[in-house]
Design a binder for this molecule. Sequence first.
Ligand code: AMP
Ligand code: MG
Length: 488
Amino acid sequence: MSDTSQPDIALDRRFAQEFPELSIPWSAEEAAAPRLIMLNEPLARLLGLDPADLQSPDGVRLLLGNRVPRGATPVAQAYSGHQFGSYSPRLGDGRALLLGELTDAEGQLWDMHLKGSGRTPFARGGADGKAALGPMLREYVISEAMHALGIPTSRSLAVLATGDVVQREKPLPGAVLTRVAASHLRVGSFQYAHATGGSELVRRLADHAVDRHYPGAANADNACLALFASVVSAQAELVAQWMLIGFVHGVMNTDNMAISGESIDYGPCAFVDAFDPAAVYSSIDQSGRYAYQSQPVVAEWNLARLAETLLPLFDDDADEALALAQEALGAFRCEYSAAWVLGMKAKLGLSPDPDDETSTSVANDVVVLLQAQSLDYTSFFRALNHAARGDAEPVREMALDLEALDAWLDRWRDLAPNAEQMDRENPAYIPRNHLVEEALEAATRGDTAPFHQLLEAVTDPYREREGFVRYALPAPASFGPYQTFCGT
Ligand code: AMP
Ligand code: MG
């Protein structure tokens, strides 16, 4: 259904062509009255796209999937998934589409993907295939903040209002998010391949994942095992970064975990404010399965589900295959712990030396302090930057138990923390839950100014600026306990 008018972009149909078993060609629903709400111009340029073109009526249709770029075959991807521990054999893109793969000027391949583009054959009964404007803007601001914080993530290129009314608890404006990612291969993609096509299909998918994400694994004696070990490392690193920034993904089902090691599928996610390891924000997470502190354990559990799909490819002998899988998965804990300690030392301005036990124990003990005094996670580290420069008052003002804080501060100061390093590691601005809610509510009413302001703060998170004071402050007490909702 492609036409020849400008603008056009070249998209590959690589996944669609290589994996007809894992995808269904499908078209985005025609938007009734499309309107561009957000365009990520720097990202567009990075992708080799002209922002001015994308703002034209034809560009908007392109971003909505209503005009199919040359070479593309949009598909809904199939996947399975363990959702809160129970296996769903057939999930897939119920309201999303892979438009195709785009190659940037550096030769890097990106999936161009839509969310909220209408029902597909994977949509379950009652699901409308749509998305509301608020949640799409939420994914936009959080993914862009994560990127600015140096955390691997899918990126948001645009949000478009469709002109539809989406019925949730109340009628809401409909929207489509146009996003890009290294790929949308999920642990659940391997589960689906394993269940429907057996080892032959899993092998092809593994080869594809190696080629796209871990080309070095192709040279290993056992490429599938090397792929698995690479995913283990990437996830250990990713989840350590989530923990270090205080991020709670909220719905770490196996279908929401990317093989690439990027954060994907932002739903009821949130940022820890008053530090509590048991923090859960999602209304549907009744048991706290995806609580802040559970994320490393859940990631490891999800990786075990990935290993199950790859076992026959690790070795013909089932016992040997299992031993290899256990050994590779066993690396997760060490790699996670090493990444976390290294990251925490960096936040504290300490030397990275893993053999320096004093600094390791100071890094571990900061968590005890944060928890015992329910300190605001982000503000605490930022205030510590001042303490590293000799002014401990901002951090001391936060303390409930000054004696305990002073004792820890003494130990930390003895290690001569590097304040410049801390400035680079501890953001002043993160998408605080109350600010996100405020910005989304205003945008849903038609006022996008607070959203733009928030985006400006969190996409340049380390540089404290005048006029942004409220973006660095904890939520007022009147905000109350925060809860996120999945009905997005
Ligand atoms: P998520 O919780 O966004 O990761 O989605 C889990 C599954 O539900 C995926 O298969 C989605 O495609 C599907 N899904 C979520 N919301 C909708 C919707 N409004 N319409 C159709 N499918 C949906
Ligand atoms: Mg998902």
